[in-house]
Design a protein around this ligand. Sequence first.
Ligand SMILES: *Cc1c(COP(=O)(O)O)cnc(C)c1O
Length: 287
Amino acid sequence: MISFQIPARHPWPIFPNVSIVRGDLIHPVVSGNKLYKLQPLLKKALDSGASTLISVGGRYSNHLHALSWMANETGMTSIGLIRGYPEQGITETLNDCVRWGMKLHFVSHADYKHRYSADFWDPWLRQYPNSFRIDEGGWSPDSIEGARQWWLSIPSETTMVLCAIGSGGTYAGLVKSAPKGVTVFGIPAFLDSLGYPELKEKLCGAGVPPEKIQIWHEHVAVGFGKLSAEQKHFKKDFEQSTGIPLDPVYNTKVLYSLAKQIQNNPSLQLEKIVVIHTGGLQGNRGC
Ligand SMILES: *Cc1c(COP(=O)(O)O)cnc(C)c1O
């Protein structure tokens, strides 16, 4: 359907026991984890005879960016329900979406809060009758299954795998399919002063055993879509010294957290660590 590279790993020279799966290079347009997540949903939509994909997201959404491109490639149309107001203007992300045939509707922040309820969706599904609903970030059992494919890039001697958490689908898929002896750690892109109870509940609901949930939140530092001054500095240094670009929302926080954890706990240098670079480089525009 849509062809792509199985991403290779690159070293992180200052930490020889760490390698980085270059999910950012998986495909020239749909960089990163959305390809693995959306592919099974796209297949399901096509098999069901739907002609339109309808989904939700923010103004910088990697998910809508990938979805609109994939819809266009396969001859489907797409509808994006955007959290925000038209007066805020069109971001470069949304501009690409429109270019790939996505029709945008803006949804107020108050309405967007109900994006998981049938009441939110019913009017839209009536307006676009032959459409297939995809939840925020692609969250679904199918996309969680799709995330298993990351193991194709992870060598068998690995003891720790790290990835970013947005909706948690990628993390859930990795944990559920992890071989014995590998612990999967998730680094949230957002803050939760209560200790992430809703995230944990959601992961358990998706079949992740509670005792396997390992969340590193100590160095997330600032809220979704924001970086601290130190994280910004880290991003620049990392990019210059490794030649690997990072997105500002997810992967900077993952690698920053890992560097901090290793500094605080040198025994981590005895582990064989793989970091999943989940891509998202289009998000570097406009920030
Ligand atoms: C969507 C996204 C994530 C988060 O993935 P989830 O499966 O929603 O947790 C991480 N990194 C990038 C670049 C993304 O676009």
